[in-house]
Design a protein. Structure first.
Length: 508
């Protein structure tokens, strides 16, 4: 009984879940009678269109996307028809040239009284003429091609060019082909304008949860410019037409100029940001020179990066995929450069905790030297013998850091020995006079001069004056020299290691 109740309960929940899913699916469907309100004018300004689609819902935007897709599809169909017409005209011109060439062969054969060659040339001319008529017939039977020819002819006449659609001469057909190519270029400019507006709708649709992948795929498939490199005149006409088009060369030239101007402006702004950051951070005593330089450089580079992305937007490059690529590349690079990232992290920690600064003398990773510079990957030291040592930041932060000059006072540790037969009080007085009389020895903390130990060959005194870090070696050398001079003058010996050897003779 209990099992039946459990099974019934599960069935009930399953029915409820199916009902909720079906209700959600129905609720998610959009009405099919929604009409577009922005596609009536294909030349609507982009900024105006962006404002008009802003308040639309997802369902309304899907209707807008379908309407603009139809406009784009119609324009692509016009371009295809015009391109087909240009191909037909190209074939007609080639066949017409073949007919002219074979007729010339017939004429030469007749003039040479070679009847067989004349007959053969006449047959070839007949075949070429038949092929030319078939091409013309095929072109005449294609309604879309004729429509494209008519549109190209009308446009050429409006621009003051003498073009006739019924011309049968080679020159007339060549003029018509050129008009068709120009017409294709103009249609491509119109297609670009429609794509711009279509993208505005798709961007808003994506922002409101709609799916635009299929539309984007279609746009990528029908975009671009096709050049027939086998026909030099057609290639030149296509390129020049694109360069002179408002949606082609002029547009990209303006974009490039905007990109250059933006980069220059942001470069100047980065310099100003660096100076402002340097001025702001220099007033604080909590920032080390290393951290201050790092923050100034970061401010400059941040402004430059922002300028780069703004410039890419001016070039009509979608920043979203670029950021996605950078993120994916960064994930891969992170695995490939683990050691470098470890150095980077160590550099950040050193900048935050400031164990040393530029100009400090430190001992790290077994190297003693003066800090010349530091970046996020390594620290440069100048050793006392003028060697430049580059230490990875991971080795610096992961080891003991001895900052020799990072303090205001340093103690000089000296040991002097006298002989066991010398006067200890006299030696201590001499040492105290030497230390107190040195100009670089600090009064506070007080220097220490004490008899320290009775060694094997000498009685050792410790001498520990306090000095500024930069005066360490001068005091060390001066006191050592003065002690030797005074001990010699006062008759105090400085013993060297010695041993007493006792010889015992065995008596028989």
């Amino acid at each position: 009984m209990r099992k039946k109740f459990i099974n019934l309960n599960r069935s009930l929940w399953l029915v409820i879940a199916l009902l909720m899913l079906s209700h959600g699916a129905v609720a998610a469907d959009c009405p099919t009678d929604i009409k577009s309100v922005t596609s009536d004018d294909a030349k609507v300004p982009v900024d105006v269109l962006a404002l008009r689609v802003k308040p639309l819902t997802k369902c309304e935007l899907e209707a807008e996307a379908r309407a603009w897709l139809i406009l784009l599809k119609e324009k692509v169909a016009e371009i295809s028809s015009a391109e087909v017409a240009a191909i037909y005209k190209k074939e007609e011109i080639q066949k017409a040239k073949e007919v002219e060439a074979t007729l010339e062969d017939v004429k030469e054969a007749k003039e040479g009284a070679d009847q067989e060659e004349a007959v053969e040339a006449a047959k070839e001319a007949k075949v070429a003429l038949q092929e030319a008529k078939e091409v013309e017939k095929k072109s005449a039977q294609d309604a879309s091609v004729q429509k494209a020819i008519k549109a190209a002819t009308t446009k050429a006449r409006e621009e003051g060019e003498a073009v006739t659609a019924e011309g049968n001469t080679t020159d007339a057909k060549a003029d018509l082909k050129t008009a068709l190519i120009k017409h294709v270029t103009a249609l491509m400019a119109e297609r670009t304008a429609i794509i711009d507006r279509f993208n505005i709708v798709l961007t808003e649709l994506t922002a409101k949860g709609g799916e635009a992948k299929e539309y984007d795929t279609y746009i990528k498939a029908v975009s671009g410019i096709k050049v027939d490199v086998t026909d030099a005149s057609a290639t030149w006409t296509t390129i020049t037409g694109w360069l002179l088009s408002a949606e082609g060369g002029f547009r990209w030239a303006l974009n490039v100029v905007q990109f250059v101007v933006i980069i220059i402006v942001f470069y100047l702004l980065s310099i100003g940001a660096g100076k402002a950051a340097k001025k702001a951070f220099s007033k604080s005593k909590h920032f080390s020179t290393l951290l201050r330089d790092f923050l100034v450089m970061t401010a400059r580079r941040l402004v430059l990066i922002i300028g780069l992305f703004v410039g890419l937007s001016a070039l009509e490059i979608n920043i979203g995929p670029v950021l996605a690529i950078i993120g994916a590349a960064g994930f891969v690079i992170a695995f490939a450069l683990q050691n470098s990232l470890s150095n980077f992290a160590s550099g950040i920690l050193m900048l935050v905790y400031r164990p040393f600064d530029i100009g400090d003398t430190i001992k790290v990773a077994g190297t003693l030297g003066k800090v010349e510079s530091m970046n996020l990957l390594s620290t440069q030291l100048r050793t006392p013998d003028n060697q430049l040592v580059i230490v990875p930041n991971n080795s610096v932060w992961g080891d003991v850091i001895t900052n020799v000059t990072g303090i205001t006072q340093r103690r000089v540790d000296l040991v002097f020995g006298i002989g066991y037969g010398d006067d200890a009080d006299k030696a201590q007085q001499i040492l105290e006079d030497i230390v107190s009389g040195h100009a670089l020895v600090l009064k506070e903390p007080e220097a220490i001069v004490k008899l320290h130990e009775l060694a094997e060959s000498s009685v050792n005194f410790i001498c520990r004056p306090w000095v500024k870090p930069e005066d360490y070696w001068n005091v060390y050398w001066d006191i050592t020299r003065e002690v030797k001079r005074r001990f010699d003058a006062e008759g105090v010996s400085i013993p060297f290691p010695q041993r007493d050897v006792h010889i015992y003779q065995e008596t028989k």
